[in-house]
Design a protein around this ligand. Structure first.
Ligand SMILES: *Cc1c(COP(=O)(O)O)cnc(C)c1O
Length: 411
């Protein structure tokens, strides 16, 4: 007779058992409060708790983006929000200037171009910030004001470059250029400080599954009065994507141009309440400390191994939601495999740094610290990475965990 409960252990115990931690830059960790709020019977979509709850949700959605203006919601992911923005802003042949600092700015550019917008891309590469002087020079050349909108990412999730939006606003103002300022905050909203109205942004897009801690499947477009007026004649607009009724519905179904995403909405309600309870300034400060802990660990690991390093050299241009780093090929892939299979932590793949078919692809990874993340989760992920570096015999400098712990302890 074999008693499996008391049988001899494996040569190496399975240390991945326990609650897994998905530390990829979206979807992010969902709070139990969000999960529990969604666990309910299908609600009536015509009266009762759901319509009442949603009416109160819109002010909180505005608040989280720092705007008193308009917000339209969509059943779709971030790519859907890009198309929604394009459809409501542009007519065929309108010109957009895209400032790219990684893969996602290019994604918005491709989406607009495919819809018939004349897209011009200023590509600043995959680790440098937007060069404001170059943007200013380009806008000065545009004497007839042909550029209708400047599109950019607040955080490009592939590179973890953060764009200085107030500085970009200042450039538009210095040139007195009338272009709309449109910002992709899909990675950054609820992680990196953002004030749509105070920063003079005309359009913001975000999705539910990153800093907003809710399952993928909802996205949002916030827009200014100026954007609404500028897009009034947009000929790319079709009934489903039309933001006018969605932002100011006369009947409940018009929020979604059809059936509401019922359970997502109960989850989002809880997530927005959690952000409000914590306070946005505290939310941003928490992400700042967690990000700096990750940076401190990488700085220590990099000592003596030039293959290891953060993607963005200057902390002033780094995201507080996600950190892109290099380890040298194939060690980034080896480390990701190890942390996932041996310790239950899933790290993000490198994105946009090399083609997946290129051996160099295996040299990049990303650590997410977006959304519902606290000190023990970030220190846990870093501790597991430290164990992986040891297990895989990847050369690295000492003191990474001490350095990260000091950031957590001392701020
Ligand atoms: C995740 C992300 C997207 C794409 O969102 P999907 O929901 O995957 O379509 C676009 N832009 C940024 C900055 C992102 O982080």
């Amino acid at each position: 007779m074999h008693d499996t409960l008391s049988s001899l252990p494996n040569a190496r115990p399975d240390l991945s058992r326990g609650r897994p931690y998905l530390a990829i830059p979206g979807p992010s960790v969902m709070p139990d409060r969000v999960l529990n709020a969604m666990h309910r019977a299908a609600p009536n979509i015509y009266a009762g708790a759901l319509p009442e709850m949603v009416a109160a949700l819109w002010p909180d959605l505005r608040a989280v983006a720092g705007t008193a203006q308009h917000v339209a919601a969509y059943i779709g992911n971030g790519h859907a929000a890009w198309e929604a923005a394009n459809a409501n802003l542009f007519s065929r042949g309108d010109r957009a200037l895209v400032l790219s600092t990684g893969r996602f700015g290019l994604g918005w550019a491709e989406s607009a171009r495919a819809m018939g917008v004349e897209v011009e891309v200023m590509d600043f590469g995959t680790s440098a910030p937007v060069d404001m002087a170059q943007v200013e020079a380009r806008l000065r050349q545009d004497r007839e004001g042909r550029i209708k909108a400047v599109l950019t990412t607040h955080v490009d999730t592939s590179s973890s470059v953060r764009t200085d939006i107030p500085a970009l606003r200042a450039v538009l103002d210095a040139v007195a250029h009338p272009a709309l300022l449109c910002v992709d905050c899909i990675a950054s909203l609820g992680c990196d400080e953002y004030h749509m109205d105070a920063w003079g942004v005309d359009l913001t897009v975000a999705a539910s599954q990153k800093g907003l801690m809710t399952p993928p499947g909802m996205s949002f477009v916030w827009f200014s009065d100026k954007a609404r007026a500028a897009g009034a004649e947009a000929d790319l607009r079709t009934p489903y994507w039309d933001w006018r009724k969605r932002a100011a519905p006369e009947e409940f179904w018009q929020y979604w141009a059809g059936t509401a995403p019922t359970h997502h909405l109960f989850g989002l309600r809880e997530a927005l309440s959690m952000l409000r309870e914590e306070g946005m300034a505290n939310v941003w400060a928490r992400h700042e400390v967690l990000a700096r802990a990750v940076w401190a660990a990488f700085d220590a690991w990099a000592v003596g191994n030039a293959r290891i390093g953060l993607n963005v050299a200057d902390p002033a241009h780094r995201s507080r939601a996600v950190t892109a780093a290099r380890l040298g090929a194939p060690d980034a892939t080896r480390l990701r495999d190890w942390t996932e299979t041996q310790a239950g932590v899933t790290l993000g793949i490198g994105l946009g740094m090399a083609l997946p078919s290129d051996p160099a692809w295996h040299g990049f990874l990303r650590v997410a610290h977006m959304g519902h993340v606290n000190a023990h989760m970030t220190l846990g992920a870093l501790g597991v990475m430290q164990a992986g570096l040891i297990a895989l015999d990847i050369p690295h400098g000492p003191g990474a965990l001490e350095a990260a712990a000091r950031v957590i302890a001392l701020g």
